[in-house]
Design a protein around this ligand. Structure first.
Ligand code: ASP
Ligand code: MG
Length: 431
């Protein structure tokens, strides 16, 4: 068994879905395909959720209609319409229509409360993956790639941490193996990013979580390998849109990949590596536009260590500076109090630096920033914050890099170990 994962950008159009078919059509010996929501659907659904939560039903439904219209263009590009009307008349597959009706039902009748934000978020945002996989599974069956659609809400069992759910590996092992058992096909199509609690409430695993889904599926099914198909030739040492002098890295260890992912490289979701490393399953990052190219491979042993410095820029950061009002030492007395608060507000902390009475943190921008700040103040801390920051990580930096980046203006915070240089500054965009 192999696992292939296709992201939203790859399946954003009918051509993309046809290319997916071209990639999977000659696979033999079992293939589990994990797919994200098409294009920018998840972002659009987040807007639906915002309207819905604020009681703006009409706006929520209008935005939802736009989501349906977007998928209609893809459906038209994939399926023949009846009679002479060609693709224009292509009918929405019944399974997809059912999902549309279900979502419309929620948007027109349910009355959400702010406390349940995360629950409603998951209930609605998960439609993106449900719709994309329904269309793709239907299409593949129509063009001769016989497959089974797997409802990951019945296969991926998670805890109750809505919007950032954790997978229960043991329970999921039982459920996922059941879901693939006795199939008369050897291709499966399932949703990335989503799961459900043991009582069946839909959950999501955190934005961009489809890579992680692929890793969990691979681990549970003891796959031979996982491939993440992306719009890149493989893993690069830097984002070419930001750093023009980027180069291709053919091989990485799991540890390299974890460090890369945690410091904000957009190649793979940080949680992806662990399940694969545990079972020593290699992870390929392959170019969606070139089925024949090998891409990069991430595995336990590699022939030679990476020689180029790796540059990662994480935008949308907030620099928080926290100081106890009573001037007690941050380190000794208060550190244990601070982190549970971040945990409570689901805030990702990307860097920490402490001094005697001060703690500086780089965190992802969150809609609950004000609440978080108040909570910290409630615990007796002074809080200052700078928004619109970016965090640059250079792993394996060399002298010229040190020279260049130590001198760039406007650095708010710098951290340096033997291998890693990290800088925080106002968003400038790389260079
Ligand atoms: N569709 C989800 C997102 O955009 C999950 C994913 O793409 O991995 O965050
Ligand atoms: Mg996506």
């Amino acid at each position: 068994m192999k696992v292939y994962k296709f992201g939203g950008a790859s399946v954003r159009s009918a051509e993309g879905v046809k290319n997916l078919k071209y990639i999977v059509e000659d696979e033999r010996g079992g293939l589990f395909i994990i797919v994200s929501a098409m294009g920018k659907t998840t972002n659009a659904l987040e807007v639906v959720v915002d309207h819905f939560m604020a009681g703006r039903r009409a706006e929520a439904l209008a935005e939802w209609t736009a989501v349906e219209a977007y998928h209609a263009t893809i459906i038209e590009g994939l399926f023949e319409g009846p009679g002479d009307s060609g693709a224009k008349g292509a009918k929405t597959p019944a399974g997809v229509q059912k999902l549309y009706d279900e979502a419309r039902g929620i948007l027109s009748t349910a009355t959400p409360t702010e406390n349940d934000f995360e629950k409603w978020y998951d209930a609605l945002v998960s439609f993106g993956e449900l719709i994309s996989t329904s269309i793709i599974s239907e299409y593949l069956n129509a063009v001769g790639v016989r497959n089974r659609w797997v409802d990951m809400r019945r296969a991926m069992v998670t805890d109750q941490k809505f919007k950032y759910a954790n997978v229960d590996m043991e329970a999921s092992t039982v459920k996922l193996r059941e879901a693939v058992a006795g199939a008369d096909v050897d291709v499966f199509v399932g949703q990335g990013f989503i799961g459900a609690t043991p009582s069946g409430k839909t959950t999501t695993l955190g934005r961009e979580g489809s890579d992680y889904s692929a890793a969990v599926v691979a681990s549970i099914l003891d796959a031979d390998s996982v491939a993440i198909w992306k719009d890149v030739i493989g893993v690069l040492n830097a984002d070419p849109k930001i750093f023009p002098e980027s180069t291709f890295i053919p091989e990485l260890t799991y540890l390299d990949a974890v460090e890369l992912a945690f410091s904000g490289a957009q190649i793979i979701h940080p949680k992806t590596i662990k399940p694969l490393q545990n079972k020593n399953i290699p992870l390929y990052v392959r170019p969606f536009g070139d089925k024949m190219a090998p891409g990069s491979v991430i595995r336990g042993q590699i022939a030679a260590p990476i020689e180029v410095p790796i540059l990662i820029l994480k935008r949308g950061q907030v620099l928080l500076q926290i100081r106890p009002r009573d001037y007690s030492f941050v380190l000794e007395e208060k550190v244990g109090e601070i982190f549970p608060i971040f945990e409570q507000y689901n805030v990702k902390v990307n860097l920490v630096q402490t001094s005697a009475v001060n703690m500086s943190l780089s965190i992802d921008k969150t809609r609950r920033l004000d609440e978080l700040t108040r909570a910290l103040e409630g615990h007796g801390f002074f809080v200052t914050r700078d928004e619109g920051m970016e965090l640059l990580t250079i792993r394996g930096y060399t002298e010229p890099y040190l020279e260049r980046y130590s001198r760039v203006p406007g650095i708010y915070l710098a951290q340096r170990t033997r291998k890693i240089l990290r800088l925080m500054r106002k968003e400038a965009g790389g260079q």
